[in-house]
Design a protein around this ligand. Sequence first.
Ligand code: PBG
Length: 328
Amino acid sequence: MSTYGSFPAGRPRRLRTTPAMRRMVAEHRLHPAELILPAFVREGIAEPVPVSSMPGVVQHTRDTLRKAAVEAVEAGVGGIMLFGVPEHKDALGSAGTDPDGILQVAIRDVKAEVGDELIVMSDLCLDEFTDHGHCGVLDAAGRVDNDATLERYAEMARVQADAGVHVVGPSGMMDGQVGVVRAALDAAGHQDVSILAYTAKYSSAFYGPFREAVASSLQGDRKTYQQDPANARESLRELALDLAEGADMVMVKPALPYLDVLHRVAESVDVPVAAYQISGEYAMVEAAAANGWIDRDAAILETLTSIKRAGANMILTYWATEVAQRLR
Ligand code: PBG
């Protein structure tokens, strides 16, 4: 009985009264199969090397990568996204197109270990392999040469597919990359290899820890090829181009600072949409939790649920295996 006015006609709190009620009315829930684990494998190391800016993440040896893949399968994780860290880097990123380069070796290793139980994906980009750290090859003036880079991507697609990858992820933001990769795959008889296009990929400060993870000393920045954080509409243009060029799935990256972009993309397509919770997003939560400033486990689930709510079907996250285990 209220002394001050009428009783509320609607009481949303009724549906929040117990865990069982909240669980039943939840609009979104996470599932292990939609999680994808990004993993780094480094050539020529005997023991895994911790990535200091990403506590809990390592550069794997070939051996520990296989173990991580098995663990992911056992937890019900949907896929693994592989990144190779070669012993030798050069201006062309030669290791990226070497059939025996570390990434191709890792694809074969993981396929041999888990077969088709886990979707095996590979980053299709040159920055892990170039000594200047850019995602493409440079012209005489030191700019990233779009079309010369496309030639390299076509070759990368071929060697990754020959190694047995299920899905390639062109992530360099070169114009025309999806079309060139599709044509290269088809010409080599790899019609069934899918393309997860990094469609809306922003030039972000949150990639910082990734540079350590792939031992990259980037000269300059990526602002002439990755998108300006100020732009959202532009993502729809990138999206239209990627779909026209044959993208099977599209991705928005980073995730949390770009939920509006993710939402717009998800609303306007009929293909699966992925979001990449990147290294800096991971590092922020781990660092705050290590200081006792936030509840780590709750924060992880909250960020992933928010990414799902914004429209992602799949989420790349360094916490994939751990979260999948918790969800079981
Ligand atoms: C490009 C690539 C990057 C990431 C994934 N693929 C780095 C970049 O574009 O600068 C970043 C992932 C992360 O930060 O977790 N090869």
